[in-house]
Write a protein that binds this ligand. Structure first.
Ligand SMILES: Nc1ncnc2c1ncn2[C@@H]1O[C@H](COP(=O)(O)OP(=O)(O)OP(=O)(O)O)[C@@H](O)[C@H]1O
Length: 670
């Protein structure tokens, strides 16, 4: 299969995600002690409008799962630890700071039951004053902004939507009436404090002495509100951490007043205790048999920050020339921002359990950007850089094998569990189609996985099924593109196929024409667009040459009337009920596609010059043949052409003249 030439004309507007993060990883520590003091100038700042909006939503609509605040803060800490670990492995400046400004990687929860406060501390990358303003005062991701505009005010629906996003840091305001963030950026010696009540704005000041952090990292001090008071409880916190953050790769310690039964005193005594409360295991490195569905679901939730279960997952351990583990999840719902340029999702790369980066572009092809999960390799160097990764043979092999694995697992599900597969297709059919455009190696597999509307079935069908249903004399598989479903279903181009009982795929997705113009066969069967001029060759019968000859003088007249607006006027073998239709050449975009390309700002498009086909059996044409007087042919020629353009979804250049002509002909016939 080869790409057809007009692919070159198209700037494919399928989104290309950029790559989110700076790379990431971790380093070493102990929780800082805090007391409040102020030695700097306090600056008062307003939240960006979107932040205020998000806060409103969080506080007023998200009561169903307030406990997730802890998962969100722990996940931010884990990211911050990942980032610092990566820098301290790859950057000499940071390497030198280990033990001297950078502490061992850990997350500490410290509970003060009496004062109803909780601190969440990490020894991660930390934030300076500027970072605090931009990270905790604005929302940079346009996906989140876009999401906010979709909010309906229906609390239930909105909280489902936001569940796909993860509410992040701001979720702390579900349970707090005041949040203080103390942070020191790795490599800096200043600690800044960010304070907010989650209403309109925040204060920032530099702090020193007992308030300053001894090492890099961030401490978040939560003052629980009435709603949050239930979390000022050591057991409850342990329960939440085990539920959501058990498999975070770093140890999480809880310091609290542990109640133990004192047998001697015959009473319960409280002792200030610090203990590790998560497994901190890289769960994906354990064998499948040791893991329950709940383990997989829990890891998924902590990876993605949502609370919906995944649709399914594939866990593989490869041994042999290359050793690696992959754990891929398919989210139940396609993220709302999947088609946004700043979509942040994808797969995380680990090397020997150490986080390296989360850059889906280098780990999986773009069209699989909805896949979440982990690739953990034994063979890559720990200090591998993004640039090296792009050309790294080990990673290329892992990537190739992973794509094959994901696609073949999907195929198994399609065969064994069609109901589940249809839920997958409802969300991800379109990204799979994007794959046809770039992933030539897996094209046949993708063609098997994609589902299509067709003229013969309700719902969706597969290429294999349509191939099964081919008519004995049918020469190829056919599809129609370039408009809405109802427009395509009623297109004159389908008339002959309906008459002959040939099934045609209805491709009404806006990417379809671009993508399928590059796909010319499925297995050993040709795949053809019905609006291409050559396709009608398949439909010709014995009477076609005769009819064409009879029609020729009329065709010449029509061509002479319309002139350069059409490339050619010829007898059609694809029409049954309509008098005319326009088609384009193999290497040209259809008239409607051309209009879309123009709307996208595509420059230097060749002039539209379709071929006009005339139905020799249509009554209008028979009458014109019987009385080919010039005055009638002129109006008829234009009306035949204009109506064909309209049915193709093309806007007429000169609708006023079209209407005048129509009225003239109407007038003559009344
Ligand atoms: N503990 C932390 N250490 C360092 N930076 C942090 C910490 N917590 C938050 N940040 C910074 O603040 C930013 C905003 O955090 P927030 O939780 O709102 O969103 P996010 O983590 O980027 O996205 P999401 O939660 O939707 O996945 C983070 O991207 C990070 O740069």
């Amino acid at each position: 299969m080869s790409a057809k030439p007009y692919g070159r004309l198209l700037t494919l507007k399928l989104r290309i995600a950029p790559h989110s993060s700076d790379a990431t990883s971790t380093h070493l520590h102990l929780a800082p002690v805090l007391a409040i003091g102020n030695n700097g100038v306090m600056s008062k700042q307003q939240f960006q409008t979107e932040v205020s909006q998000l806060l409103q939503l969080i506080v007023h609509s998200l009561y169903s799962h307030p406990e997730i605040f802890l998962r969100e803060l722990i996940s931010n800490s884990s990211d911050a630890l990942d980032k610092l670990r990566h820098l301290s492995l790859t950057d000499d400046e940071y390497k030198a700071l280990v033990g001297n400004g950078i502490d061992s990687p850990r997350i500490d929860l410290e509970l003060d039951e009496a004062n109803k406060t909780l601190t969440v501390s990490d020894t991660g990358i930390g934030m300076n004053e500027e970072d605090l303003v931009s990270h905790l005062g604005t929302i940079a991701r346009s996906g989140t902004k876009n999401f906010l505009t979709q909010l309906s005010g229906d609390a239930r629906k909105d909280s489902n939507l936001i569940g796909q996003f993860g509410v992040g840091f701001y979720s702390a305001f579900m349970v707090a009436d005041k949040v203080e963030v103390f942070s020191r950026k790795a490599g800096d010696d200043k600690t800044f404090k960010w304070t907010s009540d989650g209403e309109t704005g925040f204060d920032i000041e530099e702090v020193s002495g007992a308030n300053a952090r001894k090492t890099a990292g961030t401490t978040i001090l939560i003052h629980f509100n009435d709603e949050g008071a239930q979390y000022a409880n050591g057991w409850r916190l342990q329960e939440i951490v085990r539920k959501y953050s058990n498999h975070i790769a770093f140890p999480i310690f809880l310091t609290y007043d542990k109640a133990d039964w004192d047998a001697e005193k015959k009473e319960s005594v409280k002792t200030r205790t610090t203990e590790q409360i998560n497994a901190a295991s890289a769960m994906w490195r354990r064998s499948k048999s040791e893991l329950s569905d709940d383990d997989y679901k829990e890891l998924y939730k902590s990876l993605t920050g949502g609370w919906e279960d995944p649709l399914f997952w594939f866990h593989t351990r490869a041994e042999g020339t290359l050793e690696y583990t992959t754990l891929f999840y398919i989210p139940a719902k396609a993220p709302l921002d999947l088609y946004q340029a700043d979509y942040k999702g994808g797969v995380k790369l680990y090397v020997k359990r150490v986080f390296i980066m989360d850059d889906s572009k280098d780990l999986l092809p773009q069209y699989l950007r909805f896949v979440r999960g982990i690739i953990d390799s034994e063979d890559l160097p720990l200090n591998v850089s993004r640039e090296i990764l792009q050309q790294n043979k080990v990673l290329t092999s892992i990537k190739t094998a992973s794509v094959k694995k994901i696609l073949s697992e999907l195929k198994t599900i399609a065969t064994n569990d069609p109901e589940k597969y249809s839920r997958f297709i409802a969300e991800y059919n379109r990204p799979l189609k994007e794959g046809l455009y770039g992933d030539y190696a897996n094209r046949e597999m993708l063609l098997d996985l994609i589902r299509f509307k067709s003229t013969k079935v309700e719902g969706l069908t597969s290429l294999a099924e349509v191939k099964e249903r081919m008519q004995p004399e049918q020469k190829a598989l056919y599809y129609i593109t370039g408009g809405s479903e109802s427009m395509l279903r009623n297109s004159p181009l389908l008339e002959i196929y309906k008459k002959k009982g040939i099934e045609v795929f209805i491709l009404d997705d806006d990417v379809d024409e671009i993508v399928f113009s590059t796909v010319t066969s499925y297995g050993d069967t040709d795949l053809k667009a019905v609006n291409k001029s050559s396709t009608s060759e398949d439909l010709k019968d014995d009477s076609t040459p005769e009819k064409a000859e009879e029609l020729q003088p009329l065709l010449d007249k029509i061509k002479a009337t319309i002139g350069a607006a059409v490339k050619e006027v010829r007898a059609s073998s694809r029409l049954a009920n309509s008098p005319s239709v326009i088609v384009s050449d193999e290497d040209e975009p259809s008239a409607r596609m051309r209009q879309m390309m123009q709307a996208m700002g595509q420059k230097n498009l060749p002039v539209l010059q379709p071929t006009l086909e005339i139905n020799p059996d249509h009554e209008i044409i028979r009458k014109l043949l019987a009385d080919p007087s010039n005055s009638k042919v002129e109006d008829a020629a234009w009306l035949l052409f204009d109506q064909a353009l309209i049915l193709e979804g093309v806007q007429l250049k000169d609708p006023a003249t079209f209407v005048q002509r129509l009225n003239r002909v109407l007038n003559q016939s009344i």
